[in-house]
Design a binder for this molecule. Sequence first.
Ligand code: COA
Length: 145
Amino acid sequence: MISLGLDDLAAVQTLEQRAHPLPASNAVLRDCLRQYQCWGLRDNAQLLAFIIWQQGPFELQIFNIAVDPEQRRRGLARRLLGHAAEYAQAQQLDSVFLEVRRSNAAAISLYDACGFHEVGCRRAYYPQSERGGAEDALLMARPIF
Ligand SMILES: CC(C)(COP(=O)(O)OP(=O)(O)OC[C@H]1O[C@@H](n2cnc3c(N)ncnc32)[C@H](O)[C@@H]1OP(=O)(O)O)[C@@H](O)C(=O)NCCC(=O)NCCS
């Protein structure tokens, strides 16, 4: 597990483009690397997966998690979420929290498998495509004991 910073921007952008159907913009990723905690898993020079989170007073909020399409179902996302939970525990936070598109079945299965539960919904929160429309965000949380 390595900490990522602005020096890793190009690698994070490349992985974001490969991983997400509607990737975050380069400007958003730059801001994330500046302001938030970003952690990654690497094989030699190649970035395989990353997670980005912000620490609040009581909870850790995950903004993004992405795994290279060729590296999926090898437990990389589970490792990154485990790292987030360990960090939250060390900081004595109450929970880890995130938002996910209702249609993102793979991510919802991952979060279920990692102890997250649905705690709410933001209606029409995400843009659905460049042509318009909107999709609900499910709010999911995992308590930290
Ligand atoms: C969602 C994502 C991060 C999962 O990464 P991953 O490294 O493949 O996940 P893991 O290998 O750690 O999977 C752990 C468990 O999650 C569940 N899971 C993960 N991907 C799944 C899928 N496509 N279908 C069903 N269950 C899945 C399984 O229970 C899996 O355990 P198993 O492989 O023993 O069955 C990855 O598919 C991805 O990058 N998607 C695009 C980006 C994205 O949607 N990010 C989430 C934004 S909220």
